[in-house]
Design a protein around this ligand. Sequence first.
Ligand SMILES: Cc1cc2nc3c(=O)[nH]c(=O)nc-3n(C[C@H](O)[C@H](O)[C@H](O)COP(=O)(O)O)c2cc1C
Length: 221
Amino acid sequence: MDIKELIKSRYSVRSFTNEVIDIETIKDILEISSCAPSGGNIQPWKIYVATNNAKEKLVEKALANYDNGVQEKIEYDIYPNPLDEEYKKRRSECARNMYTALSIKQDDIESRLSQIRENFKFFGAPVGMIVTIDKSFAENGWGHVGMFIQNICLSAVERGMGTCLQESWSIYPETVKDILNIPDSEVVWCGIALGYPNKEHPINNYRTSRESIEKFVTFIE
Ligand SMILES: Cc1cc2nc3c(=O)[nH]c(=O)nc-3n(C[C@H](O)[C@H](O)[C@H](O)COP(=O)(O)O)c2cc1C
């Protein structure tokens, strides 16, 4: 697959088959992903790979949190508050498209909450990963980790797999750290669901759009 096709083929997969991924394949993906650039080559990414019992334990506890309305101390702002109207519009469109694909109406709160709950099952993926970064890093370091994460997403696609990045996991940092033994010196940034896409599921059969480059590029001569 050439790079253009690879980038265009990636999308957020929110339903997976139960096909198992062997640990050597996961290692391979992570090794190639670590070729990402980082300022001073500091490589500030950390990633915890949960499979089998560890993943089940994490999912069980997170679902219990969700069902019981547990609130943990969140370690970073997922979105700026307030969020500018332009960004809000894109976020609403993103949600609208997803719920439309699932035939969930705007006022059907129960179905919407039930779909959000799927996050805490890693959408049924056989592999659940948690990305962290040392608390000492500010925005610059987080940007470097982003490059590593994108490599994971693309490497998965190249192998016929898919991913969904999940900031949703950042709402339960205490649970995640407790179950995966992550030191409190790290911030739980996001999760990554990894597996083979369930191509039959409607949630995997719509695509998000992007603004034209005029919206975000300034050419200066
Ligand atoms: C850091 C990050 C966190 C995200 N967190 C979630 C999440 O918690 N749940 C979810 O369903 N999608 C999540 N997404 C996926 C975005 O909604 C998705 O990337 C965006 O709508 C564009 O769609 P696409 O990935 O299909 O191109 C996240 C994406 C990023 C980059």
